[in-house]
Design a protein around this ligand. Structure first.
Ligand code: AMP
Ligand code: MG
Length: 412
């Protein structure tokens, strides 16, 4: 048995593995024209250049009166109202020694240099207006172009579109956006022990069987990253059928993603099947959870094999597959933004691998640790709201400041 075991390869650091993986992630061909309304979560495939200022003109940020400050040499003097400018109309140049009734969003008339809010005005019986406070030039005026200037790139190619980006695109008049096409991903599970929920009732589960949980979170994760997912079920347990399934999947997908069956020395059909159709590298990545990981090619499609243990599968997806899929879509910002937070727990056992501990923020501004950090305990990922990135060989004592990556960063 020992003779069959491949020689142990040196472990790769996560950074090394990620760099290598991203080098394979060439941007997908093809863009889609999509209504701005439908583009949430997609990736911009063009720079968006504004052809106008936003706001287009100086305008009032208050309901009140527009005036020329220099006209108010005697603040006790009332000025007549020479025009009325509601939002949506343009008004005319301000007549000397007068004020313009103005409303929020309405353009400032030429010649006016301040707005006095109506709360600071006394309207006299004859309709003229007296200011109760001396205005300062520029007050309550929103300047043309203070949000966006004409000619500016408001969003760059590779930006991920979230609700705020959609609003900004609309503010410069874009009703249709050019976005990267969705990566097409074929998802397979491996493992004879796996049973689909619904196929067998919990009380009738045969000995040794477990429910396929990876398939559910992987599909959901892929969808959140904008992928079109074909769930192709469990890989058939014979070589020829596996080859046929992979070959078929490669024709219509950009990525074939599997979970399970990538541990060193494991007997499974995926490995020889992928090798016969392209190539496969089995990586040992120095992270915990999640050591085994495979990258390969099946014809023109990428192949990624995740470990089977649910937490390993979940974490390696977030750390490696997520940036890979974003890069396929042309995203430029691939790394999550970590925070430094105080650990309210101890982690006395240093590991030679970089560890990603499942933790949760507590109301005191610190982090608590989930008690069971086993790679099979998916409850840790539900209880936790993020990961502590612990360098190799490090221990943690309460009060230490650690690197925290919230799941909200990774699941967005
Ligand atoms: P493997 O990577 O195939 O050696 O699997 C490692 C562990 O993960 C084993 O205990 C498997 O039963 C479990 N496992 C593999 N795939 C899944 C899955 N899709 N859902 C839940 N557990 C799994
Ligand atoms: Mg297995």
């Amino acid at each position: 048995m020992t003779a069959e075991r491949p020689a142990a390869k040196p472990m790769k650091s996560l950074d090394e593995a990620l760099a290598q993986l991203l080098a394979y992630a060439a941007r997908l061909d093809g863009v889609e024209q999509l209504a701005t309304f439908d583009a949430d979560g997609r990736v911009l495939a063009q720079d968006l250049v504004s052809h106008l200022h936003v706001p287009p003109q100086d305008n009032s940020s208050m309901d009140g009166y527009a005036l020329r400050c220099a006209d108010l040499t005697d603040p006790s003097r009332a000025l007549p109202v020479s025009q009325r400018i509601p939002a949506g109309s343009a008004g005319t140049a301000l007549a000397p020694q007068s004020v313009a009734r103005i409303f929020t969003g309405a353009p400032i008339p030429a010649g006016a240099d301040a707005v006095v809010m109506q709360e600071d005005c006394d309207v006299q019986a004859d309709g003229s207006v007296r200011m109760t406070a001396q205005p300062k030039p520029g007050q309550w005026i929103r300047r043309a172009g203070e949000d966006v200037t004409r000619g500016a790139v408001v969003l760059a190619q590779g930006a991920r579109l979230t609700p705020a980006e959609l609003g900004l695109a609309a503010s410069i008049g874009m009703d249709v956006l050019s976005v990267a096409r969705r990566p097409r991903v074929a998802l397979f599970s491996t493992g004879d022990e796996l049973v689909m929920p619904g196929a067998v009732a919990p009380e009738h589960m045969p000995p040794g069987a477990i429910y396929n949980s990876n398939r559910f979170f992987l599909k959901a994760l892929l969808k959140r990253l904008g992928c079109e997912v074909s769930d192709l079920g469990i890989v058939p347990d014979q070589r020829e059928a596996t080859i046929a399934a992979l070959r078929g999947a490669a024709e219509q997908h950009d990525l074939i993603l599997t979970s399970g069956g990538v541990s060193v020395g494991e007997e499974d059909h995926i490995k020889p099947a992928v090798q016969s159709l392209g190539h496969l590298d089995l990586w040992q990545i120095a992270i915990k959870p999640g050591k085994p990981f495979a990258y390969g090619r099946v014809a023109d499609a990428h192949f990624i094999g995740l470990p089977g243990n649910p937490v390993s599968s979940f974490v390696t997806f977030l750390l490696l597959v997520r940036p890979f899929l974003l890069k396929l879509q042309g995203v430029t910002q691939l790394a999550p933004t970590p925070m430094t937070v105080r650990a309210d727990f101890s982690w006395p056992r240093a590991d030679k691998r970089r560890e990603f501990l499942r933790v949760r923020r507590n109301p005191n501004g610190g982090l608590d640790l989930f008690a069971n950090q086993s790679s099979g305990v998916l409850t840790s990922a539900v209880w936790g709201d993020g990961l502590v990135d612990t360098p190799p060989g490090a221990t943690i004592t309460p009060g230490d400041v650690v690197r925290f990556i919230p799941f909200s960063e990774l699941l967005a």
